[in-house]
Design a protein around this ligand. Sequence first.
Ligand code: SIN
Ligand code: FE2
Length: 219
Amino acid sequence: MACTLDLFGGDDPVQHGRVALGPQAVVLRGYALPVVDELLAGVDAVTAQAPFRHMETPGGYTMSVALTNCGGLGWTTDARGYRYSRIDPQSGQPWPAMPQSFLRLAADAAAEAGFPGFAPDACLVNRYEPGSRLSLHQDRNERDYAAPIVSVSLGMPAMFLFGGDARADRAERVPLFHGDVVVWGGVDRLRYHGVMPLQDLPHPQLGSVRINFTIRKAG
Ligand code: SIN
Ligand code: FE2
């Protein structure tokens, strides 16, 4: 316990700089901090139209992470499998538009990480509560893997797991904090990743919630 708390603690939780996770994978510490208010307004606009919900996995489990989407394509899961859909299955309507603040941040972060010209069409928004976790997986439902994944973390900290190209490969543990952005693409595009069960370390602004959104080129 003390060990985990130490990782999340420290005198100055706002760090800056880059942490390399691979040749083409990087954590940009605090990169989103200057635009957090715009991003949170974007999340509110999206969830007003397409609320967070707990989806079923093809294996019959209910995900502990609640999700929604914005952009032309949204990632969904049910008994029939994982896929991207233009329609929110809950409302029967198209997913809400991707907020400009998401598009701008994603393009800037991608360029900063060596992927200029990122033109995403999909954004999966995840909401974690204490105990929520995401098991190791690859992001592989996108049509081609030329574009990177841009992942933005807000609210409570989480221990991100960044593994290799095989599920059994050792996964590095990377704490992610409010405002951090992770970008992975190129040779690192299919690295396994996940999130350990969240501890209840309430965030001053968001409380006992972590929001992560991953911006992708899916179609
Ligand atoms: C994901 O893999 O979709 C989310 C990763 C995270 O929550 O940091
Ligand atoms: Fe993922």
